[in-house]
Write a protein that binds this ligand. Structure first.
Ligand SMILES: Cc1cc2nc3c(=O)[nH]c(=O)nc-3n(C[C@H](O)[C@H](O)[C@H](O)COP(=O)(O)OP(=O)(O)OC[C@H]3O[C@@H](n4cnc5c(N)ncnc54)[C@H](O)[C@@H]3O)c2cc1C
Length: 388
């Protein structure tokens, strides 16, 4: 026999985005249930996320930033170039008038801290069972858990990631684009100190990024490349991998040596046909997925969570599943999210063109953009404001 509980909001998925939403709502007096799931793949300890200054400001307002439990390094400057080293673009915090562009943080630690904080808010209900079905009823909506428990709310928020079961259960269509690329991640020891500088080099098969870690002689590698090339790189002995890495990245950070195991992740983009409907909202990767080359996925998700909290606060006291508030949330977020998907997709595709002419145009484009400070500031403000 299943038991029934009733909440204002039922959040499914305790990743960084779902946990942040749960924390933000619960600390503002909403009665929230979180469905964390169990037996699902854990987040890799090697994954780092570029967290923008905009997102950090929001995390600060939630009381989770700064936080010594989240290993993170300040990103003071980002240097971008094409494969020939001709087109160069530098993003400096001075252009934004801020102390830094954001931080490169351990994604697993960020998630863990947000999860613990959300769970610690009195009156927040926490279910460690996987959600498997959703049932619409007249005045509320129910999430059915694997063990048969029914969790009832005015509103269900799907924050269960790119393969969202809740999205599927709600009948929301979503397009997916497979890049045929994988991102190899690992920690890399450097022959020089990184000085808070992140580097990204666009190669024909995908971008390769080295982003600062708290140890000034280590950077986090995110090497996006064709799936078959990734397979070969993963199979190499460390010494051979180091040689391949140095050849692809160049010598700006001295000799490069992998100091952890290597892992890889398939890369895709995607977008849900709608973010909201009768008593539901989608946020984070459940709503949209972007190529990681701009380091924006979790930042867009935090932006969604912040906008949804604002929309729900505006209709506090009314029925939270009410479509007006949800539509406001969707309107606010869709253009930003689609814009980022299109921009990252175009950038990834453009650099994949091997033609010399296109390479030269792009190189010129990068250098022109570099010299147009107002344009660059606009671009940086977009990147720096995952949470608006
Ligand atoms: C290689 C790589 C590098 C990246 N780098 C960056 C970066 O630098 N900056 C950036 O902003 N983004 C980056 N991203 C993207 C970012 O990691 C994601 O956008 C972000 O993690 C999405 O968060 P989320 O909480 O929406 O989803 P997820 O992190 O996928 O969390 C979903 C949660 O839901 C749970 N769940 C799933 N199904 C169920 C269920 N049925 N019931 C209950 N729970 C369930 C899962 O276990 C998980 O905990 C990167 C991605 C990759 C692959």
């Amino acid at each position: 026999m299943s038991r029934a509980h009733r909440y204002d909001v039922v959040v499914v998925g305790a990743g960084a985005v779902g946990s942040a939403l749960c924390l933000a709502l619960a600390t503002r007096g909403f009665h929230v249930a979180m469905v964390e799931g169990s037996g699902l793949p854990p987040t890799s300890a090697l994954r780092t996320s570029a967290v923008t200054a905009g997102s950090l400001a929001w995390l600060k307002s939630l009381g989770v930033w700064p936080n010594s439990e989240i290993p993170a390094a300040a990103l003071l400057s980002l240097h971008i170039e094409d494969a020939r080293g001709q087109g160069r673009l530098r993003f400096d915090s001075a252009d934004l008038g801020t102390a830094g562009l954001g931080v490169i943080a351990s994604h697993a630690a960020l998630e863990q801290v947000l999860r613990e904080r959300a769970r610690g808010v009195p009156d927040t209900a926490w279910y460690t069972e996987t959600a498997q079905a959703v049932h619409h009823r007249d005045r509320d909506i129910q999430v059915e858990l694997a063990g048969g428990t029914l969790v009832t709310g005015s509103l269900v928020v799907a924050a269960d990631g790119r393969h969202s079961r809740i999205r599927e259960q709600l009948g929301v269509r979503s397009w997916q684009f497979q890049y045929g690329q994988r991102a190899i991640v690992a920690d890399i020891a450097l022959g020089a100190t990184h000085e808070g500088v992140g580097f990204q080099r666009f190669l024909p098969d995908g971008p390769i990024a080295l982003l600062p870690l708290p140890d000034s002689r280590k950077s986090s590698l995110i090497w996006s490349t064709r799936a078959d090339a990734a397979e070969r790189l993963l199979a190499l002995a460390d010494e051979d991998f180091n040689m391949a890495l140095s050849e692809a990245f160049g010598d700006r950070l001295g000799s490069l040596a992998v100091v952890t195991r290597r892992e890889s992740f398939p890369l895709s983009a995607g977008h849900a046909s709608t973010y909201t409907g009768a008593r539901f909202a989608l946020i984070g990767d459940a709503a949209h997925q972007v190529h990681p080359l701009a380091g924006q996925g979790v930042n867009l998700g935090f932006g969604d969570a912040e906008a949804l909290v604002r929309a729900l606060i505006a209709c506090r006291g009314e029925d939270l599943g009410h479509s007006g508030a949800l539509r406001r949330y969707e309107r606010e977020r869709k253009a930003t999210n689609v814009g980022m998907i299109v921009a990252t997709h175009a950038l990834n595709r453009a650099f994949a063109q091997r033609s010399r002419l296109i390479g030269q145009i792009l190189a010129t484009g990068l250098n022109v953009t570099n010299s147009l400070n107002p344009l660059k500031v606009f671009f940086m403000r977009q990147a720096g404001s995952g949470a608006p």
